[in-house]
Design a protein around this ligand. Structure first.
Ligand SMILES: [Cu+2]
Length: 126
C-alpha cells in the first residue's frame, strides 16, 4: 500500500472514533442530576419543544421539588402530565412551576409527559 492510502485510512479511523465519542451519552449533556439544598432535593427541567434533560437521576426517599421552567413555550410541552402524582396542568408560556414530591412518592421511576404523550422525561429515584 502507498503512504497516502495509509494516511487516509488513519484519518478516517480517527474520524469514526471521534464521532462515537461525540455521540456517547456522557458527553451529550442529555442526562441531568438533581441537587440537594438543606435536605430538599431540587430537580430543574425546562419545557420547550420537549423536556430537557430527558433523564434525571435523583436520590430516593427525599422531599423533592420539581421546577419546570417555561420560556416562550407555546407548544404542547406546556401541557404537563405526571401520572404518578395525578398532576395535570397547562403551564403559563413563561415562568417556573414548582411541583412538590413527597419522600414516599420519590421512589422508582417517575415519568412526566405532555398531554398527548409525544414528549416525555424520566426521573429515576435511586
Ligand atoms: Cu405533545
Amino acid at each position: 500500500m502507498t503512504k497516502p492510502i495509509l494516511i487516509s485510512i488513519a484519518v478516517s479511523a480517527l474520524l469514526i472514533i471521534g464521532a462515537f465519542w461525540l455521540a456517547s451519552p456522557s458527553s451529550g449533556g442529555s442526562a441531568g442530576v438533581a441537587t440537594v439544598e438543606n435536605g430538599l432535593q431540587i430537580i430543574d427541567i425546562s419545557a420547550k419543544g420537549g423536556y430537557s434533560p430527558r433523564v434525571i437521576t435523583a436520590k430516593a426517599g427525599l422531599p423533592t421539588r420539581l421546577r419546570v421552567r417555561t420560556s416562550g413555550t407555546f407548544d404542547c410541552s406546556a401541557s404537563l402530565v405526571i401520572p404518578r402524582l395525578s398532576y395535570q396542568k397547562f403551564l403559563s408560556p413563561s415562568g417556573v412551576e414548582e411541583i412538590s414530591i413527597s419522600p414516599e412518592q420519590a421512589q422508582g421511576t417517575m415519568q412526566g409527559l405532555c398531554s398527548m404523550g409525544m414528549y416525555n422525561f424520566q426521573i429515576r429515584f435511586e
